[in-house]
Design a protein around this ligand. Structure first.
Ligand code: SDX
Length: 433
């Protein structure tokens, strides 16, 4: 190994270890520690994986310092402004943008799998009407493995492909049904003549009592939001899907695990928390109070929608979403303008604050998405559900990449043990309290 491709590690002045340095197409080089324990008896220690590359991937690249996000090499800004979610879904799954025939075939495959097995309706009936829709999503998606037995065997490429198509196609249907159930309204079947985004809006908002036309501005905004949330490298929920898949679990169970992880307020649940935070702040004069709370170490309050493990610059998705806010509010408004004004003022004051500057905390994807969702008439409890619908193609792409990797192994991290030394069991009648 040439010295420029190795890292030398000395332990208490001796045992120089030569660890290989690996280089990717873009981004930091990585120290290959795979043999560190087997050859040298050491673990690495990185709770939260702040400095750990968990896998090799070709799907998404993020440069957090520069605020760059590429999907298979294409900048997110270009995809959001010039592509469609179906094209981006194909790109993430197949490494290249589709030609027209490929796109039409892919779109048709998805369209013809949007219906759910009719018996799954009875699963919805088992939930309380006020169940959080993310709880329903975890339950229903996990239950798909009880219905679609011909797409569970991940070793069979045809079953793998069918599972991807089914999951991608059915997520909007499952999500819209969770919303309808919470509203006490009848479920709406998908339609084959609508686009992915329009079909979702149709299943969410149409009612049997009158015609419902999807507004082209809403359809475009929904499609763009799906693109912006589609994939994001090895985030917590994607890592959850990868770890679950590494045991050979079926794809529906793995996606259900990803949904469960995304629900957390530190992750995809932040969009719901941002709206609740803005509604609690209510007026610009209360912003200083909340900024002070966000900076107070004794206060668990954090400025939701701000900060990111990777982005130490503006999240490029937040910039696109902020622009989309203006378009949507112009078209559907519905009284969300004050919220947007408040968010813009909050952003300005936070970015001018030394605490946020020193810690390099910028608005992330969740800061503006909730305002758009609210303007579109989507209830706050559905915000993370929409994130899950969009992120499903990212989870599936990462899942596919991993199970197609001949080097795939079950993920099994180790630990730094800080518990008791070995000790003798004492029967309960001999234990002194
Ligand atoms: C998503 O990983 C992804 O790619 C995720 C995502 C995706 O597309 O999959 O981009 C989607 O999850 C976006 C993030 C949504 N979450 C939020 O908006 C919740 C609010 N943000 C924080 O909880 C936080 O910023 C995280 C969880 C996003 C990141 O946390 P890190 O990387 O673990 O950073 P940290 O908690 O160590 O924070 C560093 C410092 C800390 O202060 P010190 O201990 O150094 O004194 O910054 C502070 C934190 O207290 N800090 C904040 C803050 N975020 C970090 N202080 C106030 N408000 C905040 N929002």
């Amino acid at each position: 190994m040439s010295s420029k491709n190795t890292v030398k590690v000395s332990v208490s002045g001796e045992n120089i270890l030569n660890l290989p340095l690996l280089e990717g197409t873009l981004g930091p080089r990585v120290i290959d520690v795979r043999k560190l324990y087997s050859d040298h008896g050491y673990f690495t220690y990185d709770p939260g994986f702040t400095s750990t590359a968990s896998c090799e991937s070709s799907i998404t690249f993020i440069d957090g310092e520069k605020g760059i996000l590429l999907h298979r090499g294409y900048p997110i800004q270009e995809l959001a402004s010039q592509s469609s979610f179906m094209e981006v879904a194909y790109l993430l799954l197949h490494d290249d943008l589709p030609d027209l025939d490929q796109l039409n075939h892919f779109r048709s495959e998805i369209t013809h799998h949007t219906m759910l097995h009719e018996q799954l309706i009875y699963f919805y009936r088992g939930f309380r009407r006020d169940a959080h829709p993310m709880a329903i999503m975890v339950g229903i998606v996990g239950a798909l493995s009880a219905f679609y037995h011909d797409s569970l065997d991940i070793a069979d490429p045809d079953q793998q492909k069918l599972a991807v198509i089914r999951m991608l196609a059915k997520m909007p249907t499952i999500a819209a049904m969770a919303y309808k159930y919470s509203q006490g309204q009848p479920f709406v079947y998908p339609r084959n003549d609508l686009s992915y985004a329009a079909n979702f809006l149709h299943m969410m908002f149409s009612l049997p009592v009158e015609p419902y036309e999807v507004s082209p501005v809403m359809e475009r905004a929904m499609d763009r939001i799906f693109i912006l949330h589609a994939d994001h490298e090895q985030n917590a929920s994607t890592s959850t899907v990868r770890l679950a898949s590494s045991s050979g679990a079926n794809p529906f169970a793995c996606i259900a695990a990803g949904i469960a992880c995304l629900w957390g307020p530190a992750h995809g649940g932040a969009n719901e928390a941002v709206l609740e935070m803005l509604q609690e702040i209510r007026t610009p004069d209360r912003i200083p109070e909340f900024l002070a709370r966000a900076k107070d170490k004794d206060d668990p309050f954090r400025l939701m929608g701000f900060g990111h493990r990777v982005y130490k610059n503006y999240d490029p998705r937040a910039s696109v979403l902020r622009e989309s806010c203006y378009e949507i509010l112009e078209d559907v408004g519905n009284g969300s303008e004050p919220l947007l004004e408040l968010a813009l003022t909050l952003e300005k004051k936070a970015l001018a604050d030394p605490y946020f500057q020193e810690k390099r905390l910028f608005p992330n994807v969740d800061f503006y998405s909730g305002i758009i969702f609210k303007a579109m008439g989507i209830p706050t409890s559905m915000f993370t559900v929409l994130f899950a619908v969009a992120r499903t193609v990212g989870w599936l792409s990462q899942w596919k990449e991993m199970i197609e990797d001949p080097k795939m192994k079950i993920g099994r991290p180790r630990q730094l043990y800080k518990g008791h030394q070995k000790r003798k069991f004492v029967p309960v009648n001999e234990r002194n309290s």
